[in-house]
Design a protein around this ligand. Structure first.
Ligand SMILES: *[C@@H]1O[C@H](CO)[C@@H](O)[C@H](O)[C@H]1NC(C)=O
Ligand SMILES: *[C@@H]1O[C@H](CO)[C@@H](O)[C@H](O)[C@H]1NC(C)=O
Ligand SMILES: *[C@@H]1O[C@H](CO)[C@@H](O)[C@H](O)[C@H]1NC(C)=O
Ligand SMILES: *[C@@H]1O[C@H](CO)[C@@H](O)[C@H](O)[C@H]1NC(C)=O
Length: 176
């Protein structure tokens, strides 16, 4: 007979569920806020927070989660997206390993705070309308293997900090 353990087990279960779902809610709110900021987001109609079931970003188009329900990939190449990255809160997506937005109509600067995504192995912002300097902070993304920024309107000065990206080398396609 061990009834006193039950409430503890239940409490632990509830707590771990709450922790998991709050990280997930944070991710869905961040993604939805970005979607709302876009000038054209027709291809993201499945990104909805209307009902509880739809709020799970793991079920949204272009989003991949891992087994612990953490958003790990955003794959939206050629999705006709138009707008900027200014309203994408990267700090809610810290487990992201891949961000592929190739071939959209995104413009404005590449935010330096993209460097919060320290687990990124793939960053593809190629074929868009990004302007300005390549943020030197991208040099902090030490797990990057594949970095593509080509076909934008970026300043052709490549920050020396990108030399820190030891894993990238053969897969770097920057401004040309
Ligand atoms: C990242 O993954 C860890 C381990 O699975 C998890 O504890 C954490 O809540 C996740 N963070 C986010 C922002 O999803
Ligand atoms: C993008 O727009 C084109 C032309 O309107 C359309 O054919 C295509 O299906 C759209 N792509 C997505 C992912 O919605
Ligand atoms: C990220 O930086 C951009 C400007 O570089 C800023 O507009 C935006 O508010 C920042 N976002 C967050 C979440 O800090
Ligand atoms: C490109 O960036 C470098 C370093 O930030 C700066 O010195 C230069 O003036 C910029 N060039 C243009 C055309 O914006």
């Amino acid at each position: 007979m061990k009834p006193p353990q039950k409430p503890l087990t239940l409490l632990f279960f509830v707590l771990s569920f709450l922790t998991k779902s709050s990280a997930l809610n944070e991710a869905s709110e961040a993604l939805f806020k970005w979607k709302e900021s876009l000038e054209d987001s027709h291809s993201l109609d499945s990104w909805s927070i209307k009902s509880h079931d739809e709020t799970n970003p793991c079920k949204w188009v272009g989003i991949t989660c891992d087994s612990s329900h953490s958003v790990v990939e955003i794959n939206l190449p050629h999705f006709n997206l138009s707008g900027t990255l200014d309203d994408l809160d990267f700090t809610s997506l810290l487990n992201l390993t891949a961000l592929n937005l190739n071939g959209n109509f995104l413009h404005g600067p590449i935010p330096s705070n993209i460097s919060a995504l320290s687990k990124l192995t793939l960053l593809d912002l190629g074929n868009n309308g990004f302007i300005g300097a390549i943020p030197p902070e991208i040099g902090r993304l030490s797990e990057l293997i594949d970095l593509r920024l080509y076909s934008n309107f970026l300043n052709h000065t490549i920050p020396y900090q990108l030399g820190n990206l030891k894993k990238v080398q053969s897969q770097m396609q920057l401004v040309f």
